[in-house]
Design a protein around this ligand. Structure first.
Ligand code: GN1
Ligand code: MG
Length: 383
């Protein structure tokens, strides 16, 4: 035992990524203050840290290293976020959507030299953003009051970007949320016949994809038929990207803006429903616990309509129940493809995790499909 250790000290494993984050953090903060830095959140793609200056008067901020294997043009991601936040700032100052009284923005923080990012030694793209105080996130929704706020939050975001022309934002992730594209990629990967597809879970997943592939073009078909038009979407509206006021529980912000780009609103709606209507979450121990909860879905949609009802037409409404089935299918397909490819996209702690995640999403898609008509009744009752 060294002199500085107490008997109950746990062995401290050096974390080179945390050390790098702590080093980069100083670029976003005036010299001389000691900063505390710790891993934050549960993202599958980027690494996020909370930085807390020891001087209590200085605000905490979030520091994130963008995964440039996924986001290959980080400067375009930054430009999109700049354009988006500029638009949102103007809207909030002039024309608050109905049903909304407060909305906060996760402003990007400049470095001491006025840049919006820092390149790491390994080429990593680091940026910092405001940590919105007095807010919380939930990873699982089990309660209709929270579900309603999650829906209200996504609706607020959609209402606020409804007048942002799609041409103002770049497509920073081509193919992101275009379900038929994921099917084509899956087919190509499967054709390479990777080992391990004879495992019973993988075999079940492969059969599920085959049984469901025909309807999986539903949103792209609707786009082609002119029933849907591209709009600005968030791209990743899972429940923990919606900030809730920790005192009142009210939705007050949407964070994780890297995937904001032109797309179909239903990819957002379906993704929000898949993430907020399955109280077991994305990584449950018991597969049997996965469910698509209609009471939660009703609450999400009620909240959504309260802020975004005005931006939806009859075709939009009709396609909502299908999107609640499509997005878990699409995400399951993405997890499964990544498993077959050797886990190169979603971060995993162990081999097999992406296969398990795929199973969970496919079970959820199955459940959402079984509730399609009930969900359609709910949508009609709210329209
Ligand atoms: C990824 O990294 P995270 O958790 O914010 C993914 C989403 C998935 C989500 C599933 C850019 O988001 O599309 O829905 O995992 N983001 C990207 O948990 O692929
Ligand atoms: Mg994300």
């Amino acid at each position: 035992m060294t002199a500085t250790q107490r008997p109950d000290d746990k062995a401290v494993v050096p974390d080179p990524e945390l050390a790098e984050a702590a080093r980069v953090a100083t670029a976003f903060h005036p010299a001389g203050t000691h900063l505390r830095c710790r891993a934050f959140g549960s993202g599958n793609i980027n690494r996020t840290y909370l930085v807390e200056p020891e001087a209590e008067s200085a605000p905490a901020f979030l520091l994130q290293s963008l995964n440039t294997r996924v986001f290959r043009a980080p400067e375009r991601v930054s430009a999109n976020i700049r354009a988006l936040l500029g638009h949102l700032g103007q809207r909030l100052a002039s024309d608050m959507p109905a049903g909304l009284s407060r909305w906060e923005l996760p402003h990007v923080l400049p470095t001491g030299e006025g840049a919006d990012h820092v390149r790491g030694e390994d080429g990593a793209w680091w940026r910092a953003q405001r940590f919105i105080p007095g807010t919380m996130t939930v990873d699982l929704v089990t309660d209709a009051v929270v579900a309603r706020e999650v829906g209200r939050g996504l609706g607020a975001f959609h209402a606020l970007v409804a007048d942002l022309p799609v041409a103002e934002l770049a497509d920073t992730l081509p193919g992101f949320h275009v379900t038929p594209g994921y099917l084509a990629r899956f087919d190509a990967v499967l054709a390479e016949a990777p080992p391990g597809t004879d495992d019973p879970d993988a075999a079940w997943c492969l059969a599920f994809v085959e049984a469901n592939r025909d309807w999986a073009t539903m949103l792209e078909d609707a786009l082609e038929a002119g029933r849907l038009v591209p709009r600005i979407i968030h791209g990743d509206p899972k429940v923990n990207n919606i900030l809730l006021d920790s005192r009142t529980g009210e939705a007050v912000a949407m964070i994780d803006l890297d995937t904001v780009k032109p797309g179909l609103l239903h990819y957002d709606l379906g993704d929000c429903l898949r993430s907020s209507c399955n109280p077991a979450g994305e990584e449950p121990e018991d597969l049997g616990a996965v469910s698509f909860d209609l009471d939660l879905a009703r609450a999400v949609l009620e909240g959504y309509m309260a802020t975004a009802g005005a931006v939806l037409g009859p075709d939009d409404l009709e396609l909502i129940p299908g999107s609640a089935r499509l997005l878990p299918f699409e995400l399951g397909l993405r997890f499964l493809t990544d498993h077959l490819e050797g886990d190169t996209y979603f971060r995993v702690a162990h081999r097999g995790q992406n296969l398990r995640r795929a199973l969970v999403q496919f079970k959820l898609a199955e459940q959402a499909a079984a509730r399609h008509d009930a969900l359609a009744d709910i949508v009609r009752s709210l329209a």
